[in-house]
Design a binder for this molecule. Structure first.
Ligand SMILES: [Zn+2]
Length: 587
């Protein structure tokens, strides 16, 4: 990977401590001279994710992922290298020189954000325009949305008609194909385009950085669907987008609590009333990706969905992604006939505040609700209830908690605890599932052991680098990847007289190789007293297998030539073969 702007990269490495960076996302515990945590990249119960402050790297011994500050941020935040670089630069007050572009989608993404901004400005102006926007403004007022809110969230209005947006973009010097790729305009069968949003109130949807990724639109007439979103694009993934996140994410941290509501209006009304830590998933159920984005800021979630059956179902569906991340959300049950919007407006913010304080665990609510809805008297009813409850209990990671719930339910239901915990015959399968995935992500490539050992030695004992190179072993490597890493090590050592792990990882282009480097850096497999022996043995083995490989090749070539009459070439090869055999003997 070409990592230009090496000054900036070096400066970031000097100023960003990997322990500080990782601590912002994970609870690190000191373990000897390293730090340890539960790996964010695979599921595990005992921590195998290690961070070395000394070497400025991380490595997970469970799934094999590893790297430096850049790699961590790229993986955790799902960023490109360019974005990770920018983000880290921002944190330490550096600016990345302009023109840095890895030729990825970055330029295009920036342009798409700009186009969305142009669209948002246009739609916002339509909403505020004296005549055209009057109906929409009145509607928002009826829904209790204040003017400051319209400004702050840059709400908009897409007028009726088919070509308002199309016409607006024609006056901008923008590639219409790009506008189309965002779904703002739709191509006609013949030629030209028409508007995607028509006669709708528009809600711009932003990412955590406040950039507009897409839009939601509420119909002002009885058009269907009532709510229409932007289609997915390079910058808009519905499952990863959360309405209100750009404001709420800051509040999540401060209040250590996130409120989840169902819709745009619930969110805006809550924000107006000071609950700026509220967000709305786009769609009915929360996704795992959304939970992962939010849990960077807090682990306390309170779900406030409508108290009707649809709202309750949606709340229950969100159990899955939360449990997957070992988060225990709570939920508020509003009085019947209320949604968060109407509740705050009628009962006042204090009442909601109290309700949030008194929220009950969603799992508990689910179990109670299932019992209440089912028939806990008849045998069939009990079976049905147990069937509904079992998969949820199965997902509770904490065994103690799981048993406690099972116990209390078994008493109420009059069944055995075990029958609630495990479906007969399924025990094995359930256990296996947990570990799945770990192995799949482990590194696939295997290297010749002696070559790998030499690289590992050079990584951890850089004073041996010249010696190993002089022996000619590196030239004899079979693995091209390992030779490259060895050369990176040599260059670093020659330049600075030391080997900075972050720098080495940065210079290695393949991701699984980077992970391998961090693994070697942690391993410390070779003890000081065995070092000399190990190096000698490995050099010999590497060179020997190189000679053998060469000899095999020559032998094969000789066989081919024996069928022809190129005697001089043949003699030459036979001489070479003899020479190789002698070299082998002398090793
Ligand atoms: Zn892992």
């Amino acid at each position: 990977m070409p990592r230009d702007f090496s000054d900036t990269i070096d400066a970031i490495r000097e100023r960003v401590n990997i322990v500080d960076l990782v601590s912002q996302y994970l609870a690190l515990k000191k373990a000897g001279k390293n730090y340890r945590a539960l790996c964010p990249f695979h599921r595990e119960k005992t921590p195998s994710f290690m961070v070395s402050e000394e070497k400025q790297i991380f490595h997970c011994f469970g799934c094999g992922v590893g790297g430096d500050v850049f790699t961590f941020l790229m993986r955790y935040e799902n960023l490109t290298f360019y974005n990770a670089l920018n983000e880290l630069a921002k944190r330490v007050g550096l600016t990345v020189p302009r023109g840095y572009d890895r030729g990825e989608d970055q330029g295009k993404r920036d342009l798409l954000f700009q186009i969305n901004q142009i669209a948002a400005d246009y739609l916002h102006a339509r909403l505020l325009s004296e005549k055209a926007g009057r109906g929409a403004r009145e509607y928002l007022k009826r829904r209790g949305i204040r003017h400051e809110t319209i400004e702050k969230y840059r709400l908009g209005y897409a007028p009726p008609g088919w070509t308002n947006m199309v016409g607006h973009f024609r006056t901008q010097s923008v590639d219409m194909k790009m506008v189309q790729s965002l779904g703002l305009i739709v191509p006609r069968k013949q030629e030209g385009w028409y508007d995607h949003f028509r006669n709708r109130v528009i809600f711009p949807i932003r990412d955590t950085n406040g950039r507009i990724v897409g839009f939601g639109g509420r119909a002002l007439d009885d058009a269907t669907p009532k709510y229409l979103n932007s289609p997915e694009s390079l910058i808009y993934k519905k499952s990863q987008s959360i309405y209100g996140i750009e404001i709420a994410s800051r509040e999540f941290r401060q209040r250590d609590c996130a409120l989840i509501v169902e819709g745009y209006f619930d969110l805006l009304i809550l924000h107006q009333n000071g609950f700026t830590n509220a967000v709305a998933p786009l769609g009915t159920a929360l996704t795992l990706e959304q939970v992962r984005i939010m849990k960077r800021y807090t682990r306390n979630f309170v779900i406030i969905f409508d108290p009707d059956e649809a709202g309750i179902k949606a709340a229950f569906r969100s159990l899955d992604p939360f449990m997957e991340e070992e988060i225990h959300p709570k939920m508020i049950q509003l009085p019947h006939g209320h949604d968060p919007d109407s509740f705050v407006r009628q009962a006042g913010p204090e009442a909601l505040e109290r309700a949030v304080d008194g929220a009950i665990p969603l799992v508990e609510f689910f179990l109670e609700h299932t019992m209440k809805q089912g028939d806990s008297e008849s045998v069939e009813g009990k079976v049905q209830i147990a069937r509904t409850i079992r998969p949820v209990l199965e997902k509770i990671r904490d065994p103690l908690e799981r048993r406690l719930y099972a116990k209390s339910l078994s008493e109420k239901l009059g069944v055995l605890e075990e029958d609630l915990l495990v479906e007969p015959g399924k025990e094995k399968r359930a256990r296996q599932r947990v570990g799945l995935g770990d192995d799949q992500r482990r590194l696939k490539t295997t290297f010749p052991a002696s070559e790998e050992a030499l690289v590992e030695v050079m990584l951890n004992h850089c004073d041996l680098i010249p010696r190993i190179f002089e022996s000619g072993a590196v030239d004899a490597f079979e693995s091209e990847d390992l030779r490259q890493i060895a050369q990176v090590l040599k260059r670093a050592y020659e330049r600075k007289g030391e080997v900075l792990m972050g720098e080495i990882i940065g210079a290695v282009s393949k991701e699984d190789l980077r992970s391998r480097v961090s693994f070697w850096a942690f391993s410390g497999k070779f003890k000081e007293e065995d070092l000399e022996r190990t190096v000698q043995d490995c050099i010999r083995t590497v060179k020997l297998s190189r000679l053998k490989r060469d000899r095999r090749l020559i032998t094969q070539r000789i066989k081919e030539l024996e069928k022809t009459d190129e005697t001089r070439r043949l003699e030459e090869l036979l001489r070479q073969k003899q020479h190789l055999i002698e070299q082998e003997r002398n090793l």
